[in-house]
Design a protein around this ligand. Sequence first.
Ligand code: NAG
Ligand code: NAG
Ligand code: NAG
Ligand code: NAG
Length: 421
Amino acid sequence: MGYKTLCFGFSCILFAYSVYSPVPENIEEPWKVRFMDAVIKMTSLVATLFENIGLMKYEEVFFTVTALQFTEPVSDENITVVDTNFRDIPVRLYLPKRKSERQRPAIIFIHGGAFVLGSCSKCTFSVCVWHHSKSISFVSEMSAYDDLNRLTANKLDAVIVGIDYRLAPQYPFPAALEDCVFVTKFFLQDKVLAKYGVDPAHICITGDSSGGTLVAAVIQLLQNDPEFKDRIKAQALIYPGLQVLDTSLPSHREYEHGPVVSREMIIKLASLYVTEDKTLLQALLRNEHMPPGSKDLFKFVNWSDFLPEKYKKNHVYREPILGKLNASYPALMDNRMSPLIANDSQLQSLPLTYVVTCEHDLIRDDSLIYITRLRNVGVQVTHDHIEEGIHGALSFTGAPVFLHLGLKIREKYISWLKENL
Ligand SMILES: *[C@@H]1O[C@H](CO)[C@@H](O)[C@H](O)[C@H]1NC(C)=O
Ligand SMILES: *[C@@H]1O[C@H](CO)[C@@H](O)[C@H](O)[C@H]1NC(C)=O
Ligand SMILES: *[C@@H]1O[C@H](CO)[C@@H](O)[C@H](O)[C@H]1NC(C)=O
Ligand SMILES: *[C@@H]1O[C@H](CO)[C@@H](O)[C@H](O)[C@H]1NC(C)=O
């Protein structure tokens, strides 16, 4: 079968899939969302198939398909972009060019990608079909994070540090977190801040999705460290994942099949941050993965207690099923993996917080619970809930498939930073 026939076949299936992909009623630009939903679901399907016949691992299909392509650090008239290392961890810096009388604010940015995908310096979502050296891009080379950070640097006249932390499964928990903590502490040194003209009183740490998980964990660790306590003014969490204890929150149930991100796909990918052992994956999918001694931790993630009534709908709280999994993974009980299980006295010390949640997002409730818990202990939280929002929208801000929704989230995030940093 020729390459063209294959592509034609693929396109037909994609088209058919797009037509039948249901999307929530209030979603903007439903055709674009359907199309992306179809591309991602097909990728997941192909990945499952390839894994079952032993051709490629599930996540490898995603690597190939998202085909990370290095985007050169391109400076423009306003911003100098440089790739460098903080010790041995790659970072991309955005440094405003215009002369400034004052020191600048700074943002440490941690990208998403379920701990296995993504980069702040590469195209993060170029979905391609490949054949030998040729590749056809469906969602062509977008460097959404590069655009985001460049724009933020420009609008805020701020220094931005994007971290290219190590990814799973090659580097499992807590490698990603260790890299982010290291870069943050490295950047916070007086001599480094001085080198980039940064005002030490105006530093924020931000991230989306699994990047938000890492942000929440980094800031908790720093607040517990006398040397770094209160050095960061604010955290911004964009649809973050915040816990792995309960994989059956109301949002998991309602958005099990997407749009765009499905429960099975996210669990398959994110579980690699803990282990490649499939028994954990299966247990996570059944929500029977937690060890016997973990009962006490569930009080921190109990949606029946913390979710606003509006989101409980008619869902029934199910007590956790513990001790079904023989192997024990300490990461499952670690608040560096699930920042939501930090106790109230740990949460109390957290700085000014900004959270974006999307209605149609299977990990929505992690954030809603975290917001309740943070507010309960007096942490100041600004919450933007996007009624027509879907998970990952911020990554769709580049041609040709950009979502108005992605631009809207980007705008909200930047204007919050402008007012609060
Ligand atoms: C540089 O900044 C100016 C003023 O904010 C803006 O109008 C222009 O579009 C920026 N250039 C680029 C390449 O972003
Ligand atoms: C969760 O909250 C509900 C309602 O407050 C309570 O009945 C249940 O025992 C709690 N479960 C856990 C594990 O904390
Ligand atoms: C767990 O371990 C017990 C005892 O070693 C064994 O009988 C049981 O089959 C194991 N369960 C699973 C799910 O592997
Ligand atoms: C909260 O957690 C910290 C760190 O694990 C611990 O030292 C502290 O005793 C806990 N506080 C309460 C009230 O449980």
